[in-house]
Design a protein around this ligand. Sequence first.
Ligand SMILES: [Mn+2]
Length: 324
Amino acid sequence: MVSLEEARQAQELLQRAQRILCICHRNPDGDAIGALLGVGLLLEQVSPEKPVQLHCRDSVPETFQFLPSSGRVQGPPTLQQGDAIVFVDSAEPKLTEFHESHPQLFDGTYPALNIDHHPTNSCYGAVNIIVPQASSSCEIVLQLADALSWKVDSDCATCLLTGVYTDTGGLLHSNTTADVYRTVARLLRAGARQQAVVNAVFRTAKISTLKLWGRVLEKISLTEEGAAISAVTEGDFRATGADYSELTGAIDYVNAVPGMRFSLILSERDGKVKGSLRTLRDDVDVAAMAGRFHGGGHKKAAGFALTGKLKPEVRWKVVEEEAR
Ligand SMILES: [Mn+2]
């Protein structure tokens, strides 16, 4: 839970600002976008005279473009004196991909509030509200709003519900605690448009997405150490017309093979290979595996990125046919 002390520190930091820039990680998921828009809408209600801007290195994925204010998300920020920064769902500066272009975001030049649920968060803000027990950054944003008695309207609730739903896989992942249901109940009472979220997030898929997933599923192989592995090359993205964000969700199908210890999707993009790891087992820690490749995440869902390319390895065997 967000403590009253943390909430007050956050409030003070924001009150002193002339302008507030909210930032989420690149390649944003539903939680990043939901928390970005949700916190932005809250701040505008709290102090309507204060300009609030929303920034992300990448544009809002189509799936989340139904959310209120999604059209306001801009690319890199232009900083000015008096700015305060709110980071959401970003465990490290480099995940925003503003760390090289805008180092002053992270060196204390501007007061920063860092809201996140990743246990690996490096606490790079002046005020850090890191709640690893929370399902999502959206859940923390709601706790912060409630701690400060900020009014949550139906637009904001819709944004926050999106993050809770996406980070819990529709309330199915192991991070779906009793508090998550309480959060959802709170958001529904605040007027969250639940069916709009469900339809957009879980019941809509572009033809390019389905074709990309088809390739992922077709290429699943099972390894001796009990992993279900698949890979997507840049060629697969080109051939299907899918973009990188459309890979989200495919891992859950790869992870569905019974008896496996963990699953992995390798994907190739811009000279990098990204790995997405999942497990259903309690005795496997995929965050630790990702850590060996300078990645991180949660015990049951983690990822990493390496510089390089994917090279397929195909094994053939000649088998003599038995004579009849
Ligand atoms: Mn998240």
